[in-house]
Design a protein. Structure first.
Length: 324
């Protein structure tokens, strides 16, 4: 059997009510090239696997303990057959039929492109804080951008923020070139496999492309504990990969939380769809600003403890770390 041009991969665990709509979009047969859909499931009990099989997707099952962000994506690519492999998370929904073709078009046009990632839009009806946060992420931009260094040796000389910007990649909605992945598989890691991969391929002289024509709806309503864990994990990645080195002290934590709160509060006040008055917007901003900055503070604290007291560092990681 001839291999399809592209494979689409969804990693699932109790995908929920919206999964059927996602499968319908992915399995539509009116695209410009052959494609396949592979679902890699980590122990769903809500009918996710049965639904995927009924709709015609190939399914590979793992036990819950086997899932790991980087290793599971490597497994998925090894099980797929396409020249290009697209990833989309189980709770995202392609905006239209251009989602996959727009990414493949970029890869077909320039063999130096290792991967393409797409735009994220807040879900219709999501809360005001979620809407503001999604719109502030680099994956909300409307202009296409190429991330590339003509001389890879110059990459290390860039500022931490400059290196981070060039390495940005997001597996919420992405497509990678199989031949590049064979040289540079995803790292085995509990978080940040996408930006870790982005850093490796940019350093090797490849391009990454952000393509806003490929868009998905994707947003969450999260609580304070999640925000702490998310920014703790993200902070560790920024420290390890790009050398961000904030001083972990309480005055800086309080100042950063205040700045974050003020920025979010003003963004919420300017959002024409954000219902409620000043008190509600102030509380929404606090509910994100404080835990997110606390997570970043604890990440910086952890890295200092790693050098001074590995046992305390490990204890902090067990206490704060969690699935994100």
């Amino acid at each position: 059997m001839r291999a399809p041009k592209a494979s689409m991969v969804v990693l699932t665990l109790n995908a929920g009510a919206g999964f059927g709509a996602l499968l319908d979009r992915l399995l539509a047969r009116d695209g410009p090239f052959d494609h396949e859909v592979l679902v890699v499931d980590s122990g769903s009990t809500d009918g996710t696997v049965e639904l995927a099989r009924q709709r015609g997707a190939a399914v590979h099952r793992l036990s819950p303990g086997e899932f790991e962000h980087g290793a599971t994506r490597n497994l998925a690519i090894s099980l797929s057959r396409g020249e290009y492999v697209a990833f989309i998370v189980q709770d995202a929904l392609p905006l239209d039929e251009r989602w996959l073709p727009a990414m493949v078009e970029i890869l077909e046009r320039d063999e130096r492109v290792a991967g393409v990632y797409g735009r994220q839009l807040p879900r219709l009806g999501c809360g005001p804080l979620s809407r503001v946060l999604v719109k502030d992420w680099p994956t909300a931009a409307t202009d296409r951008r190429e991330q590339f260094v003509e001389d890879p040796s110059r990459y290390a000389a860039l500022s931490p923020s400059g290196r981070r910007s060039l390495a940005l990649f997001d597996n919420v909605s992405s497509c990678v070139r199989r031949s590049v992945w064979e040289k540079f598989p995803f790292d085995k890691t509990p978080f940040g496999e996408d930006v870790r991969w982005g850093k490796k391929v940019v350093e090797a002289g490849y391009k990454l492309v952000y393509e806003p024509r490929s868009a998905v709806y994707h947003s969450h309503e999260r609580g304070a504990i999640y925000h702490v864990r998310r920014h703790y994990a993200e902070g560790l990645v920024l420290l390890d990969l790009f050398g961000f080195a904030p001083t972990p002290n309480l005055p800086r934590l309080l100042l950063n939380a205040l700045r974050s709160w003020a920025y979010l509060f003003l963004r919420l006040r300017r959002d024409e769809r954000a219902s409620g008055g000043v008190p509600r917007h102030a509380l929404l901003a606090v509910g994100y600003a404080v835990p997110s900055q606390l997570g970043a503070y604890l990440a910086a604290k952890n890295r200092r403890l790693t050098r001074r007291s590995p046992r305390l560092s490990a204890a902090l990681d067990r206490f704060v770390g969690g699935s994100v």
